[in-house]
Design a protein around this ligand. Structure first.
Ligand code: ASP
Length: 323
């Protein structure tokens, strides 16, 4: 346990949601309660040391189904700012569950922090009779306070997941997340960490300095299914799409008509990658593949990886041409 500061960044979600009555878990409005108010309910929060030990900021207040690039940029800049402070041990970010895995992957791919950035959430609104948010917040605080922890993780229902592997797998259970074959990094047991494997590591991307002004490339996801004929791809080409992720069947197979449209897109300079639509396991590429494979990422994460790769390519070519 460190004496350094823990930073809490609020972004909304069900953890900050309210329902008309305390028994309602599905019909509620997300993002109603400020992060300061959520934290004030935690045991020990008002013990007089709070101001010394905690920094609290409301970065956004939204239902994460509506997450967008503007909030991602704002959040990444605040996370990077706090990570750079010598007296900060770690961060906790409250977030809706719907796009939690996307924001987690975005922050890990971009920043690959050496300090812990712990995202947490809830499946029940803040005014539920038995809300899950307060325990998730306490568990996230335990992870962020651990001096050995690093990287972007997600803490929900007592489990700690890595940003690259985590996925929301259930629409309403309290334990709504899974890391598939990878399994959780560990568990929070009565405030103590029981670790099963290493924290997320990586190198991050040199994109932070121009992030606020960077243009986000248009990258869309198309799915392969019975009768997929490529019409969506042709419409997207007309709309000026720059990248396409195909959520492929099984081990990356794509309907022949959709594949023909995607090959045409590649010939026109659009970046195309395949990710499996299976919820577990990773796609194994083979030498005869017509389309490149995403490196073990789900379609939504492959999309983020492709957007960041295109942004990096654009920033390098601007640097080369002196613009
Ligand atoms: N729609 C909510 C959100 O993603 C769901 C949640 O937080 O559980 O903000």
């Amino acid at each position: 346990m460190s004496d350094q500061k823990i930073v809490f960044l609020g972004t909304g979600g069900t953890i900050a949601g309210t329902a008309a009555n305390m028994f309602e878990h599905s019909d509620y409005t997300a993002a109603q309660v400020g992060v300061h108010a959520l934290l004030a309910r935690l045991p020990g929060w008002n013990d007089g040391r709070g101001a010394e030990r905690y920094v609290v900021e409301q970065v956004a207040q939204l239902d994460s189904k509506d997450m967008g690039f503007d909030v991602w940029v704002k959040l990444a800049l605040r996370v990077a700012h706090h990570l750079a402070q010598d007296d900060v041990q770690g961060l906790v970010i409250t977030h809706g569950t719907d796009t939690l895995e996307e924001t987690a992957y975005f922050l890990q791919a971009l920043l690959a922090p050496a300090k812990p950035v712990v995202m947490t959430c809830a499946m029940r609104p803040a005014n539920a009779l038995v809300p899950d948010g307060p325990q998730n917040l306490l568990d996230a605080l335990a992870v962020a306070s651990n001096t050995g922890a690093s990287g972007v993780t997600v803490v929900c229902a007592g489990a700690i997941y890595g940003a690259v592997d985590v996925q929301k797998v259930h629409p309403y259970r309290l334990n709504a997340f899974s890391a598939g074959d990878a399994g959780p990094i560990g568990f929070v047991e009565q405030g103590r960490l029981h670790l099963l494997r290493d924290w997320p590591r990586g190198n991050g991307l040199p994109l932070m300095s121009g992030l606020a002004d960077a243009a986000w490339p248009r990258v869309e996801i198309v799915m392969s299914y019975a009768g997929a004929d490529g019409a969506v791809v042709r419409a997207l080409l007309k709309a000026g799409v720059q990248g396409l992720v195909v959520a492929a069947t099984g081990n990356g197979t794509v309907h022949q008509d959709l594949e023909a449209a995607l090959v045409l897109a590649m010939q026109q300079g659009v970046k195309v990658v395949r990710a499996t639509r299976c919820t577990e396991g990773r796609l194994l590429p083979s030498v005869n593949d017509a389309l490149p494979a995403a490196a073990g990422l789900t379609p939504v994460k492959a999309r983020i990886a492709l957007m960041l790769a295109l942004m990096q390519a654009a920033s390098m070519s601007a640097a080369e041409t002196g613009r």
